[in-house]
Design a protein around this ligand. Structure first.
Ligand SMILES: [Zn+2]
Length: 209
């Protein structure tokens, strides 16, 4: 029950290869014979195979985190019952954790000395912080930005939601599952320009009617 664990938050926009980095880290642990456990909040009920998969084709099994999961109890059980203590916990899509679940992770780090690495988005499609991400910014020992580049060359900041014609969508639910068909990562300036374009395109459409 000693050791110096850390809570990490590694954040980036969509398409910044967060999942690929998580899986690469998992692979490195395997190479070195280290124990780890992958986890992911379940957000899509249709999802039934418990794997974390990246677009480059690698995947690893993961445990689901449900909205009602108590991560402290869940992980405490694993540490006390499993002979091989998992030294590293890797969590994908950690923006979908509740603030309470992040608190539970922090407690696991402090009580058991394990390392918990959370990968996730900083903000939603309206540029506001997700609950899990906000708490991670508040509590993490180490915060690291995974940078990626907008088509204009600047750093991406925003996960913009788009409709089927590529117009920027500004209203809707915070959580809506989708890939390249629904989201585009943009710098703040391109986000603003694309919103202005989308608004004027819509205005023209209405004029025609
Ligand atoms: Zn840009």
């Amino acid at each position: 029950m000693n050791g110096v664990g850390k809570l990490y938050f590694k954040y980036g926009t969509m398409g910044s290869a967060k999942t690929a980095l998580l899986l690469t880290q998992a692979y490195n642990f395997e190479e070195r014979g280290m124990q780890y456990l992958c986890m992911k909040p379940i957000i899509d009920d249709r999802e039934n195979d418990n794997v974390i998969r990246s677009r480059i084709g690698i995947e690893r099994k993961c445990s689901w985190i449900y909205s009602e999961s108590d991560l402290y109890e869940m992980l405490k059980d694993i540490f006390e019952k499993t002979l091989s203590v998992k030294d590293w916990i890797l969590i994908d899509e950690s923006q979908f954790l509740s603030a309470q679940q992040v608190d539970q992770l922090a407690r696991i780090v402090d009580d058991y000395g394990v390392n918990v690495v959370c990968y996730g988005l900083r903000t939603d499609f309206q540029s506001h912080m997700f609950e899990g991400s906000r708490r991670l910014f508040e509590l993490a020992d180490t915060i690291e930005e995974i940078k990626s580049t907008c088509s204009c060359g600047r750093k991406t900041i925003i996960n913009a939601r788009i409709d089927s014609t590529g117009n920027i969508v500004t209203d809707g639910n915070q959580v809506e599952i989708g890939g390249d068909d629904k989201y585009v990562s943009l710098c703040r300036r391109c986000w603003r320009n694309r919103r202005i374009e989308s608004t004027s395109r819509n205005a023209i459409k209405f004029d025609d009617e």
